[in-house]
Design a protein around this ligand. Structure first.
Ligand SMILES: [Fe+2]
Length: 366
């Protein structure tokens, strides 16, 4: 239960709410009227706004304010309208101090985590297992699914249990082997260094799954590194480098197979509040570009410093995927690599949108 409202004090520009735990926040009149939850202002069935925000009077003010329900509800009656707006304490509290929270992320600060393992059959059967899988994926950026049948139909069932499959140049649920079928090094047996996938997309894939269908050979070790840990280190040790990597938009492209995808992202994508939202780094797919000459040397130095931190093997998670095992990782956070290999290797996988991972988690966490 959220704390109760202790008091609501009317100010010239709005209300100052104080909760019983002494938390306090101000809500301007126009915000309160715009967020009125009365049926004429808001459709509770579709969760869509009905109020005509742009028709609200400029001199909005309350006729009276009351705290009801023993502190559970705020009631505002308006001077200009015959309307009482009611707001739950929890709603106001969430707006003041943050949306429904996803689990805290646990950065790989003391080395890579022991990846959580979840069974395929349990994930299919119950929401508690799925909630555990996705919470672990969010917390650590990576999780393992075991006891998967070695067939692409199982890969698809796993994808569809979480969300809808993201279509890309590679298809929906894809499989690949070292046959050069696409203009991408994934379809070879070469070593591939640490990178994010889909940096050439306006919305890089949020989750990637790699499911081993068959492997009879040597090598092909998957390596993972926590890009958020690297970013945190940079921010602490070299704030100017962090700032540069959050500002310079780096183009990436996929050119081949009849397409030319091109998008630009900073290596460190920040949200409006300055929080780290996404790491986007793929030196292989970086497109030709010419940063402003005055920042070019600093940019290359910053990219090099990011790469050096990323390359610290003490923070690498190394996995040998074998038939029956899949790894899911947050492609906006965890970068991946693969060592070269010999022999036969058949992999399947898929992408999901990041927003769909977040949506599924919010629904499962309630
Ligand atoms: Fe990749």
């Amino acid at each position: 239960m959220p704390p109760k409202i202790e008091s609501a004090e009317a100010l010239p520009l709005g209300l100052s709410i104080t909760w019983t735990d002494a938390a306090q926040a101000d809500f301007p009149w126009i915000w309160l009227r715009d967020h009125c939850r009365a049926p004429e202002s808001y459709d509770g069935a579709t969760n869509q706004r009905r109020v005509d925000t742009f028709a609200l009077p400029a001199d909005l003010a309350a006729e009276s304010v009351a705290v009801g329900g023993a502190g559970a509800v705020l009631e505002v009656s308006w001077r200009q309208e015959d309307l009482i707006s009611r707001y739950d304490s929890g709603f106001l509290r969430a707006q003041a101090f943050g949306e429904a929270r996803l689990p805290d992320r646990r950065l790989w600060e003391d080395g890579p985590p022991e990846p959580a393992r979840h069974r395929f059959d349990e994930i299919l059967e119950g929401d508690a297992a799925l909630r555990g899988l996705l919470s672990d994926l969010w917390r650590d950026g990576l999780v393992l699914v075991e006891s998967l049948p070695s067939e692409i139909a199982a890969t698809r069932r796993l994808a569809e249990r979480i969300g809808y499959v993201r279509e890309t140049i590679f298809g929906g649920v894809w499989d690949f082997q070292a046959d050069g079928a696409r203009a991408d090094s994934a379809y070879s047996n070469e070593a591939i260094g640490l990178h994010s996938d889909g940096t050439y997309s306006e919305d890089p894939p949020g989750v990637q799954a790699l499911h081993c269908l068959a492997f009879d050979g040597e090598g092909a070790v998957n390596v993972f590194a926590d890009g958020f840990r690297v970013a945190a280190r940079l921010q602490a040790e070299a704030p100017e480098t962090y700032r540069l990597l959050s500002e310079v938009e780096v183009p990436a492209e996929y050119l081949g197979d009849g397409v030319h995808l091109l998008a630009r992202h900073p290596v460190l994508g920040l949200d409006a509040a300055g929080g780290l939202r996404r790491v986007c780094f793929n030196n292989f797919d970086r497109a030709p570009f010419r940063p402003r000459p005055v920042v070019t040397e600093a940019f290359y130095a910053a990219l090099g410093r990011f790469h050096a931190l990323l390359s610290d093997e003490d923070y690498h998670l190394r996995l040998q995927l074998s038939p029956g095992l899949a790894v899911l990782f947050d492609n906006w956070r965890v970068l991946h690599a693969r060592s070269g290999f010999t022999g036969h290797r058949h992999m399947a996988g898929f992408y999901l949108n990041h927003e769909d991972l977040e949506s599924r988690l919010r629904m499962l966490l309630g």
